[in-house]
Design a protein around this ligand. Structure first.
Ligand SMILES: [Zn+2]
Length: 388
């Protein structure tokens, strides 16, 4: 049943199952962990269990009853899903045409984000022109909290990206958390809990999530999507590197092969950059090459870009140790891999993967991508010295 839809996180699920079984759910949870690791999907499953007609703590929700279906469509009266929105959305204005237009357009953008969330449960929606989770959104929650749930025992407020609570919104929320109505369950979700007001944090039971491992993702795919087999299975697992939003995109695009094509283009771009970066001397040119990438790629694409380099280095390392090694991440470019292994016979692969992982984390955490890529490129260049 429906706990099965969760990829990994067995320990965290156990804690929640126990709390459900003993009737000891906290009033407020803070789910923390890396971006797109699946913590919010666990929040939604908890919300489904509390509303589903046939759920039990061990197996989870049914996903087929009226409650589950309306919840998955973001239509359930007991579940509020809050994420950063534009202020225009919260102010329909009077009937004067101009103001209505702003509202209608904002509403369209909002609906598109929800639609994407329905397609991909690991997507974190946030409106582009948003100043964060706004005071008006929390006031609306306060209002809703004053009513009992229509059916079931609890209302569930899920706050996505809680670190983006606007300061005055955070203070309003704190008031609610200080005297939580018994019929409300708060689930705050954040990949940057250190940016959540400490007074809010201390009122929540914190559950820490970590990145889903390759083994767990592989196992889940094996059990739930047996039609996906190697080499595609390995490709999805290694390329998404625990980012379930990406993994889900790959899984859903199988057959249309757009995802795979886009990834291969990005991979080739990464290898092209590597070639430019490794011309002896020429540090300035290498930095320029890195700046070009930053200009053309989004943050997510940049992390994939560095991820593609990591997979390439992994292949090089495998062939260096065992020249007849099969099972490469990039079997279609085995010649480039072998040439690279020959030209750079003994680099410090451990250090290279460390700096690549660090660069990815920094970009995910909103560091300045130009600086991150410049530093990464300079160090990479130092670590890779061609034999002459
Ligand atoms: Zn159900």
């Amino acid at each position: 049943m429906s706990w099965n839809t969760i990829i990994g996180h067995k320990q965290q699920i156990k804690v929640l199952q126990k709390a459900l079984e003993t009737g000891r759910l906290a009033h407020a949870y803070l789910f923390t962990g890396p971006e797109a690791c699946g913590k919010e999907s666990v929040a939604f499953e908890l919300a489904r269990i509390l509303n589903c007609r046939t759920a039990d703590p061990v197996s989870g929700s049914c996903e087929t009853c009226k409650e589950c279906i309306s919840l998955n469509a973001f239509m359930h009266p007991n579940v509020e899903y809050i994420f950063p929105v534009e202020s225009a959305l919260l102010d329909p204005g009077d009937t004067a045409k101009k103001e209505n237009k702003r509202f209608t357009e904002a509403k369209e953008r909002y609906d598109l984000l929800l639609e994407e969330k329905k397609q991909n449960p690991f997507f974190s929606p946030a409106m582009e022109r948003s100043m964060g989770i706004l005071t008006e959104q929390v006031i609306a929650l306060q209002h809703k909290a004053s009513f009992m749930p229509s059916q079931g025992t609890r209302k569930i407020f899920i706050l996505s990206q809680a670190e983006k609570l606007h300061p005055s919104a955070a203070n309003k929320l704190l008031k609610l958390l200080e005297e939580p109505p018994a019929h409300i369950l708060f689930i705050l979700v954040s990949s940057r809990p250190e940016a959540v007001l400490p007074t809010i944090r201390s009122r929540c039971q914190v559950i820490r999530f970590s990145r889903v491992s390759s083994r767990e993702l592989r196992l889940w795919l094996h059990e739930n999507r047996p039609e996906i087999t190697d080499p595609l299975l390995s490709f999805i697992v290694s390329f998404s590197r625990g980012n379930l939003r990406l993994a889900w995109e790959f899984i859903n695009n199988i057959g249309s092969d757009t995802a795979e094509t886009a990834t291969i283009i990005l991979r080739n771009q990464a290898i092209d950059y590597l070639r430019k970066a490794l011309v002896p001397g020429k540090l300035h040119e290498a930095i320029t090459a890195s700046e070009e990438q930053v200009k053309n790629l989004s943050r997510t694409e940049l992390t994939l870009f560095i991820g593609a380099l990591l997979l390439f280095f992994q292949d090089v390392n495998h062939r260096r140790i065992n020249p007849s090694f099969q099972g490469l991440n990039n079997p279609d470019i085995v010649d480039s891999i072998d040439r690279f292994a020959k030209n750079f016979p003994d680099p410090d692969f451990f250090r290279i993967s460390t700096i690549a992982e660090e660069a990815i984390r920094a970009i995910e955490r909103n560091a300045n991508p130009t600086l991150v890529m410049a530093a990464f490129t300079a160090e990479l260049k130092g670590l890779l010295q061609r034999v002459t």
